[in-house]
Ligand binder design. Structure first.
Ligand SMILES: NC(=O)c1ccc[n+]([C@@H]2O[C@H](COP(=O)([O-])OP(=O)(O)OC[C@H]3O[C@@H](n4cnc5c(N)ncnc54)[C@H](OP(=O)(O)O)[C@@H]3O)[C@@H](O)[C@H]2O)c1
Length: 216
């Protein structure tokens, strides 16, 4: 059994993904800046999804994990990953982080010097193999285990094994399809699409996902 560790897994996106992967049979460790908050989130997720879920401090969640998923807000990304660099060496680290700026008029993608949050994560974690994935999946749909999440997850990676790991994770969520999106540098387009989807959600009072048509 593979162990998934979340960095900042106590928010809606971390808990939603954790619930889906716990339901699929993976061992899940929900990391937090506070081990107690991680444990409380783990109990909530286990209550929803069953399975093997526990909470821990972020560093312990990373140490326990075969694959790490980062679900902190963009504002906390740099400090969080800098502190966890030693623990992530050699690991696959999946970034679901989207740099966004919310205002009444619109939701905008924040510019990132490295090109995307995923590339910034790779720059901060040079010994890890970073993948961009899950940036377009809505947390509320993930948390509602009766809801079929019909959506594509575009996976961007420079490392072939890391790409495969992330695609395998996608395949564990029913009706979600992993789509190869090319190198990690293409994560910027995926992250920007989240801003577009959120604006569409506001206009239609809906929760939209991405579906790519025309694939073989
Ligand atoms: N929500 C969605 O529908 C959705 C969809 C796709 C992608 N995303 C992306 O996924 C990430 C998580 O989204 P979310 O809505 O779950 O976020 P969130 O609730 O705002 O934050 C997630 C967790 O990160 C930790 N955190 C908060 N501020 C931090 C900081 N400054 N430094 C370190 N850790 C901090 C907190 O955990 P502790 O206090 O327990 O440490 C918090 O519970 C974001 O980057 C978002 O763009 C979200």
């Amino acid at each position: 059994m593979r162990t998934l560790g979340f960095i900042g897994g106590t928010g809606p996106e971390g808990k939603g993904l954790a619930a889906r992967f716990a339901r699929a049979g993976l061992e899940v460790v929900i990391g937090s800046r506070s081990a107690e908050r991680g444990e409380a989130a783990a109990q909530e997720v286990a209550g929803l999804a069953g399975g093997n879920v526990r909470g821990a401090a972020n560093a312990d969640a990373v140490r326990a994990a075969d694959v790490v998923i980062v679900t902190v807000p963009y504002a906390g990304l740099r400090d969080t990953l800098q502190a966890l660099e030693p623990e992530t060496a050699g690991k696959v680290v999946v970034s679901a982080v989207v740099p966004l700026q919310f205002s009444k008029a619109r939701i905008a993608a924040l510019p990132v010097a490295e090109g995307s949050a995923a590339e910034e994560a790779q720059a901060l974690l040079p010994r890890a193999r970073v993948v961009g994935a899950f940036q377009n999946l809505s947390a509320s749909h993930l948390m509602d285990l009766d809801h079929v999440v019909e959506g594509d997850v575009v996976v961007c990676a420079d490392d072939a094994d890391a790409l495969r790991e992330a695609l395998d994770l996608c395949a564990l969520i029913p009706d979600v399809r992993g789509v190869k999106g090319g190198p990690l540098a293409n994560s910027r387009y995926v992250e920007d699409l989240t801003a577009l989807l959120l604006n569409i959600n506001r206009i239609y009072k809906a929760e939209t996902h991405l579906r790519i048509v025309g694939l073989p």
